[in-house]
Design a protein around this ligand. Sequence first.
Ligand code: GLP
Length: 244
Amino acid sequence: VVYDNSNNASYKVAHEIAALIRQKEKDEMYCVLGLATGSSPIKVYEELIRLHKEKGLSFKNVVTFNLDEYYPMEKDNVQSYYDFMHEYLFNHIDIPKDHINIPSGDTHPDKILETCIAYENKIKKYGGLDFQLLGIGRTGHIGFNEPGSHYNSRTRLITLDHLTRTDAASSFLGLENVPKRAITMGIGTVKEAKRIVLLAWGENKAEIIKKTIEGEITSQVPATYLQLHKNTTFVLDEGAASLL
Ligand code: GLP
């Protein structure tokens, strides 16, 4: 779906999420959301916060699982995704603290496998992801599933692509400060979500969006795996859609 601008697009996506939260509340069920970081979802989060503050949208029955976190990364570091999510969403809504799940960037190396398995099991315990929000990196990554990621990959420690680290360099004040690894949900984890919405804004994303939507399905562009998912929408602005 192509919108004339990212504000209108983000508004629509936020309202779809809000409707799902309200429906699940009526059904007395948890609403299990997979959430993303990066600049793309920020306006969606802003609208959800507005709906909470002005329209009584409650997040008490919402459980969230974030896609990824840099490794190693301390929670209180301003560059952590933990900090990002609290600043842009969690600090402004009534979600219970113990409903928030983000891969831990400060896990001891010996415990990584164990904590990744526990993350997967927790998602399963809640009945899987009802809705997964995604951005896309210029390598075609979703979460931090870089080129080469397997269709059935699960939550794990990965090595970041050089282009991904270059794109992150400005927020880390230099490439040398960008972590070389990250923990990410796998493609297998993401693809089990009942509904997926991928957001992309601006001409900077046009080339990778063209490959993702019109290209062959390949592990070299992990986002192409979404072509196989039955309930995925790519929500774009005119810039991101300009090569389609
Ligand atoms: C990072 C995140 C991705 C995100 C991507 C794009 O790599 N791990 O989840 O989709 O950045 O970020 P932006 O939305 O800022 O373009």
